[in-house]
Design a binder for this molecule. Structure first.
Ligand code: UTP
Length: 293
């Protein structure tokens, strides 16, 4: 079945980047000149997704404003003539990327609980999940790679995976894998935040998945897990153990906008390839690097 719907959980408290997240959603942190969540919506749109549900929460309405029209700003830019035309097109274009709707997660009870808020929107179709603080940049949009693997393998779901360090695997999740083809694996088991020695492998899920609607009944049945949160990984584990899901070692660079170092890496790497400021920024960095010990 073709994937047409995506959800973006973006309701978390972002405690790892306080105090910045006290009043600004981490999903709205800019990478040079675009907020993180815009990169994510663009990735979904490029992959053929038509309808997007953003799971939001109190104090995060900037996201809704960002994807809305802004008549006052638009008329000001229009009055600026040719000089402002490109900016005007960009501002209007953001509001036309996809059909975007919103639902609020009233209490932050974990990613699994956030996904449950999408039950009505999803209905009985398979759907894509793009984590709101994971920006993945590459030629071939990541969620599109998962959509192809989902169709090719005929398995009931797909997850984006990457090999991470031993310390990081304990912070994320660990996958039990069988080879399928090239960069595609069959995931037959998984564990969220494994204690040292509990890991199946150093492959973790990073930010993207395709799930069947059945995930909702699983989420409604399983107990709360690590950190007393309803863990999406625990629900996906049921699917993996039952029939296996595809694991795609995707191409593209992933930036974790939910942690301080991830935010800085995104600024530097995206800044270096930015058409407007890339070369000046490179000169600046070279100068700084000369004095680094
Ligand atoms: P994270 O676990 O990275 O987000 O969830 P968090 O809870 O905001 O992080 P910290 O630990 O407090 O810093 C990944 C994605 O899932 C969303 C987040 O907004 C993020 O985009 N999320 C997380 C929800 O929508 N609801 C939740 O209850 C938890």
């Amino acid at each position: 079945m073709k994937i047409k719907k995506a959800i973006i959980p973006a309701a978390g408290l972002g405690t790892r980047v306080l105090p910045a997240t006290k009043a600004i959603p981490k999903e709205m942190f800019p990478i040079v000149d675009k907020p993180a969540i815009q990169y994510i919506v663009e990735e979904a749109a490029k992959s053929g997704i038509e309808d997007i549900l953003i799971i939001t929460s109190r104090g995060k309405s900037e996201m809704e404003d960002h994807f809305d029209r802004n008549p006052e700003l638009e008329s000001k830019l229009k009055a600026g003539g040719d000089a402002k035309k490109k900016m005007l097109d960009e501002v209007v274009g953001v509001a036309q990327l996809a059909n975007i709707t919103y639902v609020r997660q009233q209490e932050q009870k974990g990613l699994g609980h956030a996904v449950l808020q999408a039950k009505k929107f999803v209905g009985d179709e398979p759907f894509a999940v793009l984590y709101g603080d994971d920006v993945i940049i590459g030629e071939d949009p990541c969620i599109g790679q998962l959509m192809r693997a989902y169709e090719e393998t005929g398995l009931c779901g797909a997850v984006g995976i990457k090999e991470v360090s031993r310390q990081d695997v304990q912070k994320y999740s660990s996958m039990k894998l069988e080879s399928f083809k090239d960069n595609i694996y069959k995931v037959t088991d998984m564990i969220e935040k494994p204690a040292p020695g509990q890991e199946f492998s150093l492959f973790s899920i990073l930010g993207r998945c395709i799930l069947p609607a059945e995930i909702f009944s699983i989420l409604e049945e399983i107990p709360y897990g690590a950190g007393n949160e309803l863990q999406l990984t625990d629900a996906m584990k049921v699917l993996a153990q039952r029939s296996g899901i595809a694991g795609v070692d995707f191409t593209g660079t992933r930036y974790d906008m939910g942690n301080k170092l991830g935010i800085l890496k995104a600024q530097v790497e995206v800044g270096l390839s930015h058409p407007e400021i890339g070369s000046d920024f490179k000169e600046y960095l070279k100068k700084i690097a000369e004095n680094l010990k």
